[in-house]
Write a protein that binds this ligand. Structure first.
Ligand code: COA
Length: 332
C-alpha cells in the first residue's frame, strides 16, 4: 500500500455517557402546557436525559464519556497530549472545564481548553484537533462534547424545555498516513444571529444582578421559527459546498452525521442532499438536543455500523450563529 507523506487526523476511539434520569414527554405535560403528540410530530423527541444531582456539572458528563473511551479502548491517559472540551455550559466562568477533565481522567501530560460555539462546538473542535494532529506536533488529541443543558433551561418555557437534554461524547484523534480521516471542512458564522438564540445574562454584557435573575435572563431563549429556517438553509448550503468541492454527490455518501436539534431539520437537509433515509443517523428521539454532545453521541451509538472507507458528512448549526459541514472518511 502507498503511504501518504501528509498526515491526516482520524478518529481511533469513541466514548459516550448520558445520565440515567429520563425526562419523558408525558413528564413535561405535567410541567408546561404541551403534549406528547405535539412534541413528537414537531421535533421527533420522545425523551431526554437529565443530570439530576445538583452537585454535578458538565465536567462530570465529560469525565464519564472520556473514561468510557479510555477503558473500552485500553488507552493510557498519560499518552494524551491535549484535551478540548466543546461546551456552552462550562462548570464555571474563567476556569477551563477541559483542564479539570484532563486532570480527573489522569491525563497529566495534556493541556486543555474549552471551545464555545454552541451546537457547532464539537464540529469546530474536531477541526482544531485535526489541525494539531496534521501539524505532527501532537500524537493524541481527545475531543469531548459535553453539555448540562438542564442548567440553562427554563422549565416554565414550553418552546425550549421540550427540546434539550444533558449528555457527553468523546473521540480520540490520532494520525493516519493512508489518506483516511478528516478530509475537508466549510465553516461559517454570522453574529447577527445572536439576538435569535442566546442565554442573555451571566456574561460580560449582562453580568448577574437581581434584575437579570428576576427577568429569568440566565435561561436560553430563542426565536424557534427563525432558528429552524436558518439552520436548514445554512446546513444544507454547507453540506452542498463540501460535496461539490470534493466531487461527491449524495449517492457517494455513506452517512450523514448531523447535529440533532429537530428531526424535521435533519430530514430537510437529507432531502436536499438526496440521501436515502438509511444513511441519515438519528438518536434525537432518545436524547433531544444535547448541544455539543449530539455529534459524538451519534458516533458512539452508531460506531458498530461504520466500516473502514465509509464516507461521512458532518453538519452542525448553533448559537452565534455558527455552522458548517465536514467531509470525513472512517478509518477504523
Ligand atoms: N407544546 C405545544 N404547543 C407549543 C409548544 C409546545 N411545547 N411550543 C410552542 N407551541 C405552540 C406555539 O405557541 C404556537 O402556537 P400559536 O400558533 O398559537 O402561536 C404553535 O405551537 C406553533 O409554534 P411554532 O414556534 O411555529 O412551532 P414550530 O413548528 O416552529 O416548532 C420548534 C417550534 C421550537 C420546535 C421549532 O421552531 C424548532 O425546532 N426550531 C429550531 C430550534 C433549534 O433547533 N434550536 C437550537 C438550535 S441548534
Amino acid at each position: 500500500m502507498q503511504l501518504n507523506t501528509k498526515l491526516n487526523a482520524s478518529i481511533t476511539a469513541v466514548g459516550g455517557y448520558v445520565p440515567e434520569h429520563r425526562l419523558l414527554n408525558k413528564n413535561l405535560e405535567q410541567i408546561v402546557d404541551t403534549n406528547d403528540e405535539w412534541i413528537q410530530s414537531r421535533t421527533g423527541i420522545k425523551e431526554r436525559r437529565i443530570l439530576k444531582d445538583p452537585s454535578k456539572a458538565t465536567s462530570f458528563l465529560a469525565i464519564q464519556a472520556s473514561k468510557n473511551l479510555i477503558s473500552k479502548n485500553n488507552i493510557d491517559p498519560l499518552t494524551i497530549d491535549m484535551v478540548i472540551v466543546a461546551t456552552t455550559t462550562p462548570d464555571m466562568q474563567i476556569a477551563a472545564t477541559a483542564a479539570y477533565v484532563a486532570s480527573e481522567i489522569g491525563s497529566y501530560n495534556a493541556f486543555g481548553y474549552d471551545l464555545q460555539a454552541a451546537c457547532s462546538g464539537f464540529l469546530f473542535a474536531m477541526s482544531m484537533a485535526s489541525g494539531k494532529i496534521e501539524s505532527g506536533r501532537y500524537k493524541k488529541v481527545l475531543v469531548v462534547g459535553a453539555d448540562k443543558m438542564s442548567s440553562v433551561i427554563d422549565y416554565k418555557d414550553r418552546s425550549t424545555c421540550i427540546l434539550f437534554g444533558d449528555g457527553a461524547g468523546a473521540v480520540l484523534f490520532e494520525s493516519n498516513n493512508e489518506g483516511l480521516g478528516w478530509q475537508d471542512e466549510y465553516f461559517k458564522s454570522n453574529g447577527d444571529g445572536r439576538e435569535s438564540l442566546n442565554v442573555k445574562a451571566g456574561g460580560s454584557l449582562f453580568p448577574a444582578t437581581s434584575t437579570t435573575i428576576s427577568n429569568r435572563d440566565h435561561y436560553l431563549r430563542q426565536d424557534g421559527r427563525k432558528v429552524f429556517k436558518t439552520a436548514v438553509s445554512a446546513m444544507s448550503d454547507a453540506s452542498s459546498t463540501i460535496l461539490k468541492r470534493n466531487n461527491l454527490v449524495g449517492e457517494d455518501i455513506d452517512y450523514l452525521v448531523a447535529h440533532q436539534a429537530n428531526e424535521r431539520i435533519i430530514e430537510s437537509i437529507a432531502k436536499r442532499m438526496s440521501l436515502k433515509p438509511s444513511k441519515v443517523l438519528k438518536n434525537i428521539a432518545k436524547y433531544g438536543n444535547t448541544t455539543a454532545a449530539t455529534i459524538p453521541l451519534l458516533l458512539y451509538d452508531f460506531q458498530n455500523k461504520f466500516k473502514r472507507g465509509n464516507k461521512i458528512i458532518f453538519a452542525a448549526f448553533g448559537g452565534g450563529f455558527t455552522w458548517g459541514a465536514a467531509y470525513y472518511i472512517w478509518s477504523k
